[in-house]
Ligand binder design. Structure first.
Ligand code: DC
Length: 236
């Protein structure tokens, strides 16, 4: 692979903890593309909303959220130590903090809000304007980039997803319970699929990929093969 690879948009959507970000990150690395974690953007807004005490009630105050969105700055930087893309909020690295269970518990409520989606979709489109990106999320192939050349919709068994997320957090030294992780995944899937604006659903032209019993390497290889197949179809 080399950096003169033709540039297309690869959209990876799917359920929580399916391994979307691991897949997207590795595909981007292999193709010399930019990886963008759209979920991290929703998490960063949620973190700021928690800091401003906006998530106590069921319905966050729309005006306060709108002010928050005008005031925050979200950037992605490559970490010098890990070489991985990390999210920064208002000039500070929050990559770890946005994975806290407190943020996971509130992120679906915040990402249901129209003001939040409008702003983040705008930022995501701007990040993808030169193509050559792999973006993962829930509505990338349906709303953010409906014309993305390659769309993947990932699924995996719920208990397998919970165990993967649990192992990931335990490996990071966090104290978590498998049961509460599974509950959180179940709850987020429900809200993501049933929300009014941009619900999680497979785009008609997305390719479904169930990775319950696939290794990361096998999943990455499948997407790389689909990428080359797509370039042949597009004749680029
Ligand atoms: O990918 P993730 O689990 O880190 O995403 C966190 C939350 O953000 C998820 O529960 C739903 C929301 N999200 C969204 O609504 N739209 C996206 N494009 C990405 C994430």
């Amino acid at each position: 692979m080399h950096s003169s690879q033709p540039k297309i948009i690869i959209a990876i959507d799917g359920f929580s903890s399916c391994g979307k970000s691991t897949l997207a990150r590795q595909v981007a690395k292999e193709l010399h593309y930019t990886y963008i974690d759209s979920g991290a953007m929703y998490r960063a807004v949620t973190l700021e909303a928690i800091r401003r005490n906006l998530v106590d009630g069921v319905q966050p105050d729309e005006q306060a959220l709108s002010t928050l969105l005008d005031e925050i700055q979200i950037d992605f930087h490559i970490s010098k130590t890990t070489g991985l893309q990390e999210i920064w909020l208002n000039g500070k690295n929050v990559e770890e903090e946005i994975r806290d269970i407190e943020v996971s518990d509130s992120v679906s409520i915040i990402s249901k809000q129209e003001v939040v989606r409008t702003k983040l979709v705008f930022l995501q489109r701007r990040l993808g304007k030169s193509k050559g990106i792999v973006m993962d999320g829930r509505d990338i192939g349906t709303v953010v980039f409906p014309d993305a050349e390659l769309k993947i919709f990932m699924t995996a068994d719920e208990s397998i997803r919970a165990k993967r997320r649990y192992d990931e957090l335990i490996a990071k030294g966090m104290e978590v319970k498998l049961e509460s992780i599974q509950k959180n995944i179940h709850f987020r899937d429900y809200i993501d699929q049933t929300r009014e604006i941009s619900p999680l659903k497979k785009a008609d032209d997305a390719i479904e990929l169930d990775n319950s019993f696939l290794s990361i390497e096998e999943t990455v290889q499948q997407v790389i093969d689909l990428f080359h197949q797509k370039l042949r179809e597009l004749n680029v």
